[in-house]
Design a protein. Sequence first.
Length: 53
Amino acid sequence: MGEIRDVLLKSLKDNPDVLKKLEMEESDGKTRALLQLILKEIQDDPEYSGINH
């Protein structure tokens, strides 16, 4: 799981527009919950905390 998390966080760091698109587009409850989980992980990780959303 750690490896998947690292790849996902690196991808989001390299492509911050993906987060913006997820936030702007209408999404269902599951997508919003997943996005919140991802954002929390990013904010809690010092290596990725510089990502603005």
